[in-house]
Design a protein around this ligand. Structure first.
Ligand code: ATP
Length: 252
């Protein structure tokens, strides 16, 4: 689905991504891990066409990302960021309805199908209760639920999450990781996720991309990457496998 070849990117003088090569298969959940400042968000910004002055090639379904129009890309791919930057007092339903924009023509009302999708994703994300509320009045975790609902309203084939659960409580984090896992398995959705929680990463990811100082230091199946020795080399922390399901992070 995604093919990244010899990708390098610099902010001015500073090289932030260095000769990255990898590919991602359709219908998988991949988590990008790495210390602060290692280049995770920069990589997602390249893969979503938010940064285009890179060297190397990024292909989505064998077509260069640079050849996608904004509309075509947003019909395929939805993004949820950590920070919700909406200052205008839209109602939550209006925000979720924005997810249907790539499929409508300008000035056209929502179709019956659009409305059905909006109600469905608001139900899925437990946000129906906020429908008529001003989004600027919601808490951080509640806003993130609305943004996830908006992304799901886009019915994306690819969902990109940049610490999208960072303000959510553990109940919602697990609820949504389970929901995404189901969508990957049943609908063939491709999920690309940045998450700092290594326990959840270990449990929910099919594949891992591990970045350090702009280099892709390891990539592959979760069980091959998430080994205590490698985690020690990446973060300098001790971990222990406690069972088939998950790593335990132990303070030194
Ligand atoms: N707009 C920018 N201009 C200049 N440098 C930037 C810019 N954005 C990020 N950087 C730098 O690029 C490097 C990688 O940043 P990036 O946000 O990709 O890291 P990250 O792995 O996502 O970090 P974190 O885990 O802290 O979110 C950092 O050193 C950062 O200071």
């Amino acid at each position: 689905m995604f093919q990244v070849k010899n990708l390098s990117f610099s902010y001015g003088e500073k090289e932030t991504l260095r000769n990255l090569n990898f590919q991602l298969e359709e219908g998988t959940m991949t988590t990008i891990i790495g210390p602060n400042g290692s280049g995770k968000t920069t990589l997602l910004n390249v893969m979503t066409n938010n940064l285009d002055n890179y060297s190397g090639d990024v292909y989505l379904r064998n077509k260069s990302l640079k050849d996608y129009s904004i509309k075509e890309l947003s019909q395929n791919l939805a993004i949820v960021y950590q920070n919700v930057d909406i200052k205008f007092p839209f109602t939550c339903m209006e925000v979720v309805a924005m997810g249907r924009t790539p499929f409508s023509s300008r000035m056209k009302d929502l179709t019956k199908e659009d409305s059905e999708i909006i109600y469905e994703v608001m139900d899925m994300t437990d946000t129906t209760c906020f429908m008529n509320k001003d989004i600027t009045c919601l808490s951080g975790g509640e806003k993130q639920r609305i943004m996830l609902a908006r992304a799901l309203a886009q019915t994306p084939k690819i969902l990109v999450l940049d610490e999208a659960f960072s303000n959510m409580d553990i109940k919602y984090t697990i609820k949504f990781l389970d929901l995404l896992k189901e969508k990957v398995k049943n609908d063939g959705m491709t999920v690309i996720n940045i998450m700092h929680d290594l326990n959840l990463t270990d449990i929910y990811s099919d594949n891992i991309l591990a970045l350090s100082k702009g280099n892709l230091v390891k990539s592959g199946k979760t069980e091959d990457v998430m080994k205590p020795q490698f985690i020690k080399s990446l973060f300098g922390i001790n971990t222990r496998k406690i069972s088939d399901r998950g790593l335990a992070i132990l303070p030194m």
